[in-house]
Design a protein around this ligand. Sequence first.
Ligand SMILES: Cc1cc2nc3c(=O)[nH]c(=O)nc-3n(C[C@H](O)[C@H](O)[C@H](O)COP(=O)(O)OP(=O)(O)OC[C@H]3O[C@@H](n4cnc5c(N)ncnc54)[C@H](O)[C@@H]3O)c2cc1C
Length: 403
Amino acid sequence: MTSTAAREHWDVVVVGAGPAGASAALGALAEQPGLRVLLLDRSDFPRDKSCGDGIGPHVLDALAEVGAGDVVDDWTPLRHLSLSHGDVEVSGPMRREVHVVPRTVFDARLVERAVAAGAVLRRHRASSVDPAPAGPVVSGDLAGHVVVGADGAHSLVRTALLGTRREPRAIAIRGYAPTAPDLRGRQVIRYGDRRQPSYAWAFDRGDGLANVGYGELLPGERAGGAAPSRRLLLEQLEHLVPGAARRGGDWRGHHLPLSSWRWDQPDGAVLLAGDAAGLVNPMTGEGIYYAVATGLAAGRTAARCVASGTPSEAGARHRRAVRTLLAQHLRHTWVASRLAQSPRVVDAGIRAAGRDRHVFDTLVEIGLGDGRIDARLAGGLLRALARPHRPTPTPTPLPRDPR
Ligand SMILES: Cc1cc2nc3c(=O)[nH]c(=O)nc-3n(C[C@H](O)[C@H](O)[C@H](O)COP(=O)(O)OP(=O)(O)OC[C@H]3O[C@@H](n4cnc5c(N)ncnc54)[C@H](O)[C@@H]3O)c2cc1C
């Protein structure tokens, strides 16, 4: 153990420089320019991350608060979304556009912005985190008034704070394939028939390649059962999006720690953000918005607590800030994901979205941002459940947007 005097001292130490960590650094430095922020990552940037690369509009709204809303401006946006399960399909324009940008590009750009704002980036694999009341210490010799754990789905910081408590998890694999003509300009999601949520996707990047992949819920620790093999994941992808697995490459898989009914953050000077905080949408697997939003919140809270000399209050304040931002939404996505475990409900949701544009928009909002289940969505779902499905040869086009 390094003696206190021999340690490096920082205002804020951020472990992990993905979207959550880079956003934490940006949030802290926007709040207190001149703050001494150390941003650690075990990898050099640019680095790849297994992901569908879908960046919703809420991500850019949040980044705009720290002057980084333009990071993907040079990538072609997408508007068209198609959702299907077997022959039940809805297809149409989303209210706001999304971007599909490889994480090698997106994450490296966010890190560049954090460094330009004043963060010090260092390649370092954190080996331990001691959340000592006298001040947290990373790897035995990096002391921060506040430490932010943004080290992803297998977070060391989370384990140091909360032990090995496990949330439900999904597993997914992604690759890149030439964009087939019928998938051009689209985000396509096709639900499968395995443990829900299970779906394949093809997201056109706009540069001739599409991000393609498949994911499903992992068996719970209590239920037992084997995790799906890589081969099975690729077979499911090929079954749901013919040609994607055959023509794709650069495969990379990863776990997704899904959020549940209630989100928690312990008291003290160690904060959690993004996947390290167990924040991935349980209905869609989207986590970049939560990573950016909770990263920014953690950074801001850290900076305020350092400035007021109250770092030990940071945990309680971060908990309040994140709950204010996301608690209601997280409860609604949890309910939506439980309902979506039934294929009948998935079909009913798609049919309800085909009949009512508001339902379509609300489902997109719940899946990508901070939306909630409202009376019209619930009513549409109940009506669709009550009516038997009559197969149609063509997808339901969306009703016209009245706005
Ligand atoms: C196949 C797949 C598809 C997905 N598709 C989408 C999608 O289309 N849209 C979406 O919004 N979300 C998607 N997600 C979820 C999304 O990828 C994550 O929610 C997001 O990456 C979380 O960001 P983060 O910064 O919290 O973690 P990460 O992006 O995982 O970053 C964590 C960082 O911490 C570093 N690190 C880890 N351990 C240490 C350590 N000990 N010391 C130092 N550094 C460390 C890592 O190198 C990494 O850079 C998908 C996930 C998967 C697996």
